[in-house]
Design a protein around this ligand. Structure first.
Ligand SMILES: [Zn+2]
Length: 655
């Protein structure tokens, strides 16, 4: 339990612990296919981008900083961190597959990273290259510019190093990360205010805590606690960076959504170690603000390209610009939804950590929603093209430009999102189970085999067989269990009405309450079989009436999957914006193995209200029109944008 995705084995204020990386693997079905795409396509394809200085410069920067090559720093300052995210994906996949070629590749890369690091532990290629090139001259200085993203880069190094150590048993990268953490500790003692100013996209909160969990060096815990406290030292803070008011006084999600979600995830890690109630009070309040007023139906967060905060303040001078940010409550536009892929990943990371400390199913529900929809949509089905932003509606004739492409791209100049998605897809398997003193918690469903130890060390082996998320029948077969009684906690998703459980064919519960973990405590023996049934009718989803953009519109969901209408699936003469859903629509679900790598589609008869002429009009007199009927086929939202240029919408008018 010390070699999991997060190591909460000794975290006093965490209720759940991770299983080790190599304790569980997918054996078939949905996530096994994604993991395989990650191994075969995503990781090698991304390496060809990152190592090619004509495209990225991310690896070249390490070669130059290490003195093995000549040249200048290329690309954004946060490229180091993005490179570490990719390396983390490699380490994790190695942990599951033990593919020696990956191990050798990592060894070579880690040697270069080690050579790039300064003797005092500082590591950030941009500053190091500048200092190497012009020793004694006009060079960049450490933590001089908060937009250098040094703490972001070092944080990802630490997280990556912990995963690499847990996956390989080698300390090569961990030693580098230790030196970096020691440097950060030294700098924290020397210039706390400066360090606080540099907490931009603070991945180092998570990184430093994980370093503490790996090494048990008490200085790292002191540093982690201090990192939250020194936020109060920031002068002229902003909602954009979540430091206008002290973190412990915050009750709402504001500002840059990646920065916010990384902060919340890191603060949750610190709570897991310290039990500082004031942190949890803030976190719980902020989570509710997001879950009840700010998250998209897909689990994505960060609605705004650009906005202002504190929006509507009585004091005009207090209002500042925010971008890539959480909006106000219920402000959830579709076409202009920003939803940076990194924000969605950050939200998943945070929900995982909240689940660990509370063992409450609402966080697992949100994690699942985010993984199947918000996260998966950010990468193409072949694993080679990416979205930076993730709107819920795309129309072709948009009369204004948006900052990022609305089509999938093979490379994005700001490459923070793609490796974040790739490491997350690799690591989903680690979120499937948790361990507590009471027993085993099943958080996510999918065919897999688990071979682990319960609290106290007793061996447990079981197998899941299911065609989830396309089918809600899940079979769990115990293959080896300790003689002592323990509980298996089944997550009953919030969307699952009338769930049922049998053991060895005998019904033990019907109509189980949704949105909770259902515990089954008994003495288990090899061969015991649990059958969990989660009915998956097609459901129309409506939003709180305060969400102006989707008044009288519905989204369509089946199980954990959010669906969308893509123009590719409409007859040529039908415009996507003219399609409406009759309230009594009956959808038929059908699995199509040849479509979009195998998806369950929803077919139904919708209405078309031909729009007519809107030229030079913003308003016109409404005349009731008889609808035409059209056959529509909805596909999972995560799979849109994989068949060439198209329009797409998640929300459809009800009429
Ligand atoms: Zn990003």
């Amino acid at each position: 339990m010390e070699k999991g995705i997060t190591n909460t084995s000794a975290s006093r204020f965490a209720k759940l612990r991770s299983v080790d990386i190599d304790d569980v693997r997918w054996t078939g079905g949905f996530w096994a296919e994604r993991f395989e795409t990650c191994r075969k396509n995503m990781i090698p394809n991304m390496w060809t981008l990152l190592e090619n200085p004509e495209i990225s410069g991310a690896y070249e920067n390490f070669l130059i900083a290490s003195g093995q090559k000549q040249g200048r720093h290329r690309g954004p300052k946060w490229n180091d961190g993005d490179f570490y995210k990719w390396l983390e994906a490699v380490a994790f996949v190695y942990g599951v597959t033990k593919d020696e070629q990956l191990d050798r590749q990592m060894d070579q890369i880690i040697e270069v990273i080690g050579k790039a690091q300064r003797e005092d532990g500082y590591i950030h290629t941009s500053v190091i290259i500048s200092q190497r090139g012009r020793a004694g001259g006009n060079t960049e200085t450490e933590f001089e510019n908060r937009l250098d993203f040094e703490t972001y880069n070092m944080g990802h190094l630490m997280t990556c190093a912990c995963i690499h150590y847990r996956a390989t048993g080698k300390t090569t990268l961990l030693d580098i990360a230790r030196k970096a953490a020691d440097y950060l500790y030294m700098f924290y003692k020397k210039a706390p205010e400066n360090l606080a100013n540099n907490a931009i996209c603070p991945s180092h909160y998570m990184g430093v805590v994980e370093m503490y969990r790996t090494t048990r060096d008490p200085r790292y815990l002191e540093l982690a606690k201090g990192l939250i406290d020194i936020r109060d030292l920031v002068k002229e803070g902003s909602d954009h960076n979540q430091d206008r008011i002290p973190f412990r006084k915050q009750t709402k999600a504001v500002g840059h959504a990646v920065r916010a979600n990384y902060l919340y995830a890191g603060a949750t890690d610190i709570y897991a170690e310290t039990g500082d109630k004031s942190l949890m009070d803030a976190l719980d309040s902020i989570w509710r603000d997001i879950a009840y007023t700010k998250v998209y139906v897909t689990g994505s967060t960060g609605a705004l390209y650009d906005g202002a905060s504190p929006d509507g303040s009585k004091s005009h001078s207090a209002i500042q610009l925010v971008h890539q940010a959480y909006g106000r409550e219920y402000q959830l536009p579709n076409v202009t939804a920003y939803n940076e892929s990194c924000a969605t990943v950050g939200f998943a990371l945070w929900n995982w950590r909240m689940l660990e400390v509370t063992a409450q199913a609402r966080f697992a529900d949100m994690l699942e929603l985010t993984l199947y929809n918000g996260v998966l949509s950010t990468i193409s089905l072949d694993g080679k093209e990416y979205f930076y932003t993730n709107p819920l509606r795309v129309v072709e004739d948009l009369p204004f430009e948006l900052r990022w492409s609305r089509q999938r791209e093979k490379y994005i100049s700001c490459f923070c999102c793609p490796p974040n998605t790739v490491r997350t897809i690799a690591e989903v398997i680690s979120y499937a189970y948790s361990i507590s003193d009471e027993g085993l918690w099943i958080n996510l469903y999918g065919s897999n085999v688990l071979d682990t130890n319960l609290s106290g060390g007793a061996a447990l082996k079981l197998r899941q067989q299911t065609n989830y998320p396309w089918d809600g029948a899940i079979r769990i077969i115990v293959e080896n269990a300790p003689e002592k009684e323990f509980s298996i906690f089944l997550r009953i998703p919030g969307w699952a009405e009338n769930a049922g459980v049998t053991i060895n064919g005998k019904t033990i519960a019907e109509n189980i309450k949704s949105g909770q973990y259902f515990p089954i405590r008994r003495t288990w023996s090899a061969g015991d079989t649990i059958e969990l049934t989660l009915p998956m009718p097609v459901r129309l989803i409506e939003a709180h009436p305060m969400v102006e953009e989707i008044r009288n519109e519905v989204a369509v969901k089946r199980g954990p999957i959010v669906y969308c209408l893509e123009s590719t699936d409409l007859p040529e003469n039908v415009e996507m914006l003219d399609v409406a859903i009759p309230p009594a629509i009956k959808f038929k679900s059908r699995f199509e193995s040849d479509l979009l790598y195998g998806v369950t589609v929803l077919q139904g008869k919708a209405h078309v209200f031909a729009g007519g002429d809107w030229s030079d009009k913003l308003y016109r007199t409404f005349t009731d029109r008889r609808p035409e009927e059209v056959d529509i086929r909805l596909i999972p939202y995560y799979a849109w944008g994989n068949r060439g240029k198209s329009e797409m919408t998640v929300w459809l008018p009800l009429r």
